[in-house]
Design a binder for this molecule. Structure first.
Ligand code: MG
Length: 262
């Protein structure tokens, strides 16, 4: 499958999808309190998505039963919301969400702390976000995809973290998952040339301990092999001749100066 190049009109729709998703993430993070079930969090997320006239990308995707993937602590991705899973003070919670706006998808994930979290978890969340930023420094037309993958993986692994290699980022547009696959670690080949107009979902998943994962009996939820914590940071981006445009950045992140970091 070749990598699609979006037209200016398609890019406008992807921008709008990204802004909506960023708004969903910002509002959803503010709602999370100790004592809530992950089912309740999913329902709030779904309502936020639908309030913008969008459809949740993940609902029923290959049979996934919810709108938001909610992964707690040692869960890496694809956590299934449940009335039986209650978040508590000190937990970290990875929220992965997608929206469809006028036929175009946006995909983004954030890991947030519930109440007061351990320093080790704060550092994990920071390193995961920073590994994304390191990737952004290389995500420009004329570079190769492996430049981005290498920058992400090398940053976290040099600090002693486990970089998950079983799950990867992806192209995105009129479908949730398009070519290319985007590993979060260096490959031996340079991969495709980055071109203006490509839209990509880049999503490092970083573990405090080993990089290996186990998939739970539900067939979805991936957890760390050593039960240590994991964080996820993802945005949908647009490749340009200069800095990439981060389509799903929240207003809060913009105010905090995120765009000056790469
Ligand atoms: Mg994704």
């Amino acid at each position: 499958m070749s990598i699609t190049i979006k037209s200016e009109c398609e890019i406008e729709l992807m921008r709008k999808a990204g802004q909506i998703l960023a708004d969903v993430h910002q509002k959803l993070a503010e709602e999370i309190k100790p004592g809530m079930s992950t089912y309740e969090i999913d329902k709030i997320g779904e309502e936020l998505i639908r309030s913008h006239g969008c459809i949740p990308s993940f609902l029923n995707y290959q049979g996934f039963p919810a709108s938001i993937c909610i992964s707690l602590n040692d869960e890496i991705v694809h956590g299934i919301p449940s009335k039986d899973v209650i978040v508590k003070d000190g937990d970290i919670i990875s929220l992965d969400a997608g929206v469809i706006y006028k036929g175009y998808h946006s995909d983004a994930a954030r890991t947030v702390g519930v109440g007061s979290i351990p320093d080790e978890s704060k550092q994990l969340i920071e390193v995961t976000k920073q590994s994304f930023i390191e990737g952004m420094k290389k995500a420009t037309a004329g570079n190769y995809l492996n430049d981005v993958s290498t920058a992400i993986g090398d940053y976290a692994s040099k600090l002693g973290y486990g970089v998950v290699y079983d799950f990867v980022g992806h192209g995105i547009g009129t479908s949730l998952h398009q070519a290319p696959e985007i590993p979060n670690y260096a490959k031996k080949t340079r991969g495709p040339l980055l071109r203006e107009g490509m839209t990509l979902a880049i999503e490092p998943m970083i573990n405090v301990g080993v990089p290996q994962v186990k998939v739970c009996d539900n067939g979805w939820t991936a957890v760390t092999a050593d039960s240590k914590r994991s964080a996820h940071y993802e945005n949908t981006i647009l490749i340009t001749k200069g800095k990439p445009e981060i389509l799903s950045l929240t207003e809060k992140e913009k105010e905090e100066g995120f765009l000056d970091l790469f």
